[in-house]
Design a protein around this ligand. Sequence first.
Ligand code: NAP
Ligand code: ZN
Ligand code: ZN
Length: 346
Amino acid sequence: MSTKAFAAFSATEPLRDHTITRREPGAHDVEIEILYCGVCHSDIHQVRNEWHNAMYPMVPGHEIVGRITRVGAHVKKFKAGDLAGVGCLVDSCRECDACKKDLEQFCPTSVGTYNAKERDGKTITYGGYSTSIVVDEAFTLKVSDKLPLDAVAPLLCAGITTYSPLRHWKVSKGQKVGILGLGGLGHMGVKFASSFGAEVTMLSHSASKEADARRLGAHHFALCSDPAVMKSLAGTFDFILDTVSAPHDYNAYLGLLAVDGKMVCVGAPPEPAQVAAFNLIFGRKTLAGSLIGGIAETQEMLDYCAEHSIVSDIELIPIQQINEAYDRILKSDVKYRFVIDMQSLK
Ligand code: NAP
Ligand code: ZN
Ligand code: ZN
């Protein structure tokens, strides 16, 4: 089926109109009319080939929400008219250890929603900057009608990417938690960590974001570019979630951890960084990473958000403004997630 989309044709050109082909829904597939799609910093890393994995033309977008228009003969979870979401994954082997543990994101042959190859090894996947998508129901999430749908879209990546490590490392009441970087991921991290009862400090290099950080649920705000502030916080955090997209000095933030403290990287700057062993040895500290979350946990997160009225703070844009939105994200000027209104593409 011929489908309208917006695509990148190289690492240096602006995104523009494109037409792609979607498959006819198979027995286990659903077809979704895309209503909104969030804009993740990973879209920019990939469009600009910063992760050295770009396949063009590339249709980005992995924070997809919409309405089911058709279902295959064996689909059980959905019917036409239901709301649905799709995140960063559209398939996996379903047999390996990771898949059996509901950790499809770590399946060696999992399939990304865009800029990836289907399991046939040939077909390129196209993401949510388009008017419709066809996905196996096993990788399609149920979305509540209680929340504003446009503000739900970013939960499919920014939401699960922050929810999953906070749950895995059992962040809860009585803990001092730092969220590093107040962008799309960071603002969801603040919301979840404070909702889980932790004492949350926003660690940001943008002084102008202090009032917003507090409104989002942070108890404290710390300007990391101020050496006196960094010194005053040395050895104080049980857990730091690092969402920063650009190269930065991990050692400086390891210094903020208490004994047995953990710092988890979700931000994915392309360049490798140096970490001094001594900064982990003294204080028995842990430096770890985390990748989105499995499908079951993504559903758990969406249900938690519906129950606790948690959504993203968004700026809704027509798709024709996507290139300006990318420029603003790169200037740390996003409040706090751009979401594309897909009516603008129809
Ligand atoms: P974003 O909205 O651009 O937010 C990143 C924030 O990092 C900025 O708002 C800024 O916050 C801070 N920052 C940017 N440049 C900085 C610099 N030079 N020094 C210090 N801080 C800086 O990006 P996002 O969509 O949240 O994504 C963040 C990162 O996570 C990206 O690398 C993305 O690819 C990655 N990601 C990873 C996963 C995963 O599964 N692990 C999933 C999604 C995204 P302040 O102004 O507050 O300092
Ligand atoms: Zn993402
Ligand atoms: Zn697998």
